[in-house]
Write a protein that binds this ligand. Structure first.
Ligand SMILES: Cc1cc2nc3c(=O)[nH]c(=O)nc-3n(C[C@H](O)[C@H](O)[C@H](O)COP(=O)(O)O)c2cc1C
Length: 141
């Protein structure tokens, strides 16, 4: 059994490719150490991250991530037990979806921003698993 946490945050400054690569290096190294897996989505200054693994490992990682000055306004969107972990083959997958893909993750036609998606999931948390599925399907190509 693993705990899956989905959170959103705002980049503290506009992220360059090098900034994002550094976050992924930190994430993959830290996650390998902790037995945590997941996915990071970044679009236009907004992050959505899914973390999953042993509960204690995920909670202590969340404490670390919350203190990271590269982002602010961290909000937990959804927490659920998953068995097996959905992203177990990904130390930390990275995606930067199109507005069409974001709408698709909500089951909508047309386009959506990552902020739209987060507002929607905030209002209707039952949509969070569908978003996680959408991310997994996008990774599967
Ligand atoms: C958006 C974002 C996502 C991050 N994701 C992870 C992650 O999945 N795993 C991880 O170990 N660190 C991640 N980090 C880096 C951590 O915040 C932190 O730098 C790292 O865990 C080292 O912290 P420590 O010195 O307390 O161990 C992330 C940072 C940011 C800004």
């Amino acid at each position: 059994m693993a705990l899956q946490v989905i959170y959103s945050s705002q980049a503290a400054t506009p992220m360059s490719v090098a900034d994002l690569e550094q976050i992924l290096v930190d994430a993959r190294e830290g996650n390998a150490r902790r037995g945590v897996t997941g996915a990071l989505v970044y679009v236009d200054g907004v992050f959505l991250q899914i973390l999953e693994g042993p509960e204690a490992a995920v909670r202590s990682l969340m404490d670390s991530i919350a203190k990271d000055t590269r982002h602010t306004a961290l909000k937990v969107v959804h927490e659920v037990e998953v068995d097996p972990p959905m992203f177990h083959t990904w130390q930390m997958a990275y995606l930067t979806p199109t507005a069409g893909e974001l709408a698709g993750w909500l089951g909508l036609e047309g386009t959506a921003s990552l902020e739209d998606l987060l507002a929607e999931v905030h209002q209707a948390p039952s949509k969070a698993p569908r978003v996680a599925e959408g991310i997994l399907n996008a990774l599967a190509g």
